[in-house]
Design a protein around this ligand. Sequence first.
Ligand SMILES: NC(=O)c1ccc[n+]([C@@H]2O[C@H](COP(=O)([O-])OP(=O)(O)OC[C@H]3O[C@@H](n4cnc5c(N)ncnc54)[C@H](O)[C@@H]3O)[C@@H](O)[C@H]2O)c1
Length: 432
Amino acid sequence: MNICIIGTGYVGLVSGACFADLGHNVICIDNDKKKIKKLKKGIMPIYEPGLEELVRRNLKNGRLKLGSNIKEGVKASEIIFIAVGTPSKENGEADLTFVENVSREIARSMTSYRLIVEKSTVPVNTGEWVEHIIRVFKRNKAVPFDVASNPEFLREGSGIEDFMHPDRIVIGVKSKKARAILVELYKGLNAPIVVTDIKSAEIIKHASNSFLATKISFINAVSNICDKAGADIVEVARGVGLDRRIGKEFLRAGIGFGGSCFPKDLAAFMRISDNLGYEFGLLEEAQRINYNQKRLVVKKITDHLWNIPAKTITILGLSFKPDTDDMREAPSIDIISMLRKEGARIKVYDPEAMQKAKALFKRDVEFCADPYRAAKNSDCLVVVTEWNEFKDLDFKKIKKLMRQPIIIDGRNIYDPGRMRKLGFTYVGIGRR
Ligand SMILES: NC(=O)c1ccc[n+]([C@@H]2O[C@H](COP(=O)([O-])OP(=O)(O)OC[C@H]3O[C@@H](n4cnc5c(N)ncnc54)[C@H](O)[C@@H]3O)[C@@H](O)[C@H]2O)c1
């Protein structure tokens, strides 16, 4: 099938490359011309495992094309995916201006039937607005079209695997034709397809992300009880998660969630619920707990360092999670800012996100080439992102390098007993 994807970011690029690999003809469009120019040379704008090879392969076999002109993409394709960003406004509402702009341009470029699919995460009722915009701005009023919702559930860091092996595919449609096209499009994937109306599909995405975020906040709240009672959250989470009705995923206590999706989608779901007349207090609490986890880490640091001014603190991990260089809403940002305000000197290391982080932190932090240089002369080492390479460091060496051997393990990746045996003051999140 011929597909156009507008917005060549994490979702658009991964989806486009995967659709091409499944045998479809794909054109990925982005108005960031620099990004497209680099991509044409095989240079990835993001770090995502396996993506470079997938993109290069499909560019070479001609199934994946790249461009900056929406008209060209709409002309060549029957299915048009909208995969642009839907960032948060100050009040938490989703900013849908990119979606509107793109819809208008699609409308102006359509000369025969097109299926326009929302892949961006959008609040309920966006489909109706997209349909309205297309109807108003279509040059030839007789040209038929459909709008559909097909939210994306891939996770950064395992985007390709998630796209190719999804738990489910959600399709929100109004017409049999749109349904048939999308079912055919996903024929190559072995996953249950949930076909529903557009509004329900839009809510499925917001509800899924909000549920997962709430699950993280729930276990973080329990970890606070463990801290105070002297219990161990890892054992508690295992005991709770083995109940199949609950499940063990997303029950890892830590610094909390960040990234381009959970904080934004939680806020947007709260706002749209509010606008519709339902106050979603549960989500507000999940958001509050999440923010407090970052403050808790700072408190744990001050509890062990006494005064912060002029102390050197090492931050291991900057990206919002491992296997990505995405810094959007990364907990490291708030934690570093809180510590800087207290007067700390910060040394950081991240395997992939340092380039993006440099634009954010500028000279406020010292970027180090490896974890050992970051630990040198440090008073406290804080694990903020659970990259695999941090799990197996040479701790004898680290202990010698540090001024004070204190580890705040914000992701509970180390065994407390082992760390204490090595001579560290070890502080986890809810660990005995
Ligand atoms: N990142 C994820 O893991 C993830 C997962 C599921 C869903 N989503 C959702 O998918 C959407 C996209 O997220 P992302 O992380 O890929 O964003 P992103 O910022 O990485 O990419 C969006 C791209 O859209 C482009 N764009 C904006 N306006 C445009 C226009 N008028 N014409 C052409 N291109 C335009 C931008 O230049 C950018 O490259 C969001 O709604 C997000 O919530 C993201």
